[in-house]
Ligand binder design. Structure first.
Ligand code: CAA
Length: 286
């Protein structure tokens, strides 16, 4: 099995949890996949994370052992962006910093072939603004995967104002080929998922700050009371409190509406370096 809807080779930039997950899903579904990270340690972490995840999925019968081997064979790792020159699509999944993302896309614009679609996995930075830094805003799009990528069904597809309908259609088709469901969103702050999810998480922090209930009771109330897999505070620790805080700031600034102002308690946790699971301390201790 090679290729999906005219795409043969995918480049992923950023070997963190999201980038590794996206690379895994691309490779499992038949794309030649190149995962690039400038940090060799991050590449090693991504490699073992992907191997572990594929092993788990195979042991549960979610993928076959043959699919696991195909996936492993489809991925190569690199530290140099030039290795992406023949890719049909490059998905960026680096740190949520607009300046660094913009510089990366300017480099990718020079390196990749003209037909290559450039996609960002950003959770909230405007797609139109990132696209404007390239010479191909018509071939630029938001492709927002959910964490953990191998398990979560959704890809939010966000065309910028200049994205062509052809690019949007190709990315919707590609996402389906990756075994995902899609939802399309216009390019407004937080798109759809984070615009609705983050205010819920923020409200949970405000309820905790005001002493309405303990963290455990807030999570239990929402988990069992509204049938969510995780309560909002557990989910915030899972996503990363620094990420939640950054997204709320983008919503607050982008919408100019005080209802999106980050909870002072969330801000305090982030200032303390309590980022959630990844730092072993967030709302809960790990
Ligand atoms: N690959 C393979 N297996 C994985 C995995 C991965 N990447 N991540 C977790 N698993 C496995 C676990 O190891 C576990 O395996 P075992 O059953 O063998 O122990 C299994 O999946 C199920 O996990 P758990 O039993 O721990 O818990 P669960 O049944 O609740 O499922 C979950 C885990 C899918 C994460 C579920 O809790 C869930 O859906 N949580 C909500 C996640 C969510 O909302 N994500 C979106 C966040 S928002 C976002 O990503 C966008 C943004 O911009 C912030």
């Amino acid at each position: 099995m090679t290729g999906i809807s005219g795409f043969q080779c995918a480049g992923i930039v950023g070997g963190g949890q999201m980038g590794a997950g996206i690379a895994q899903v691309c490779a499992t579904n038949g794309l030649k996949t190149i995962l690039v990270d400038i940090n060799p340690k991050q590449i090693e972490t991504a490699k073992s994370g992907i191997a572990g995840s594929l092993e788990k999925l195979a042991s549960k019968g979610i993928i076959t052992t043959e699919q696991k081997s195909i996936a492993l064979g489809n991925i190569t790792y690199a530290s140099d962006l030039n290795s992406l020159k023949d890719c049909d699509i490059v998905v960026e999944a680096i740190i949520e910093n607009e300046r660094i993302k913009t510089e990366l896309f300017q480099s990718l614009d020079k390196i990749t072939k003209q037909s290559c679609i450039l996609a960002s996995n950003t959770s909230s930075i405007p797609i139109t603004r990132l696209a404007a830094a390239t010479s191909r805003p018509d071939k630029f799009i938001g492709m927002h995967f959910m964490n953990p990528v191998p398990l979560m069904k959704l890809v939010e597809v966000i065309p910028g104002i200049a994205t062509s309908e052809d690019t949007t259609k190709r990315i919707l088709d590609l996402s389906i080929g990756l075994g995902k469901e899609t939802s399309r969103s216009a390019d407004y702050p937080g798109f759809v998922v984070n615009r609705i999810l983050m205010p819920m998480i923020n409200e949970a922090f405000n309820a905790l700050m005001e002493g309405v209930a303990s963290a455990e009771d807030i999570d239990k109330g929402m988990k069992l009371g509204t049938n969510q897999p995780m309560g909002p505070l557990t989910l915030a620790d899972f996503i990363g409190l620094d990420t939640c805080y950054a997204i709320l700031k983008v919503l607050h600034e982008g919408m100019g509406d005080p209802r999106y102002a980050p909870s002072p308690l969330l801000a305090k946790y982030v200032e303390a370096g309590w980022y959630g699971r990844k730092s072993k301390r967030g709302v809960y201790k790990y």
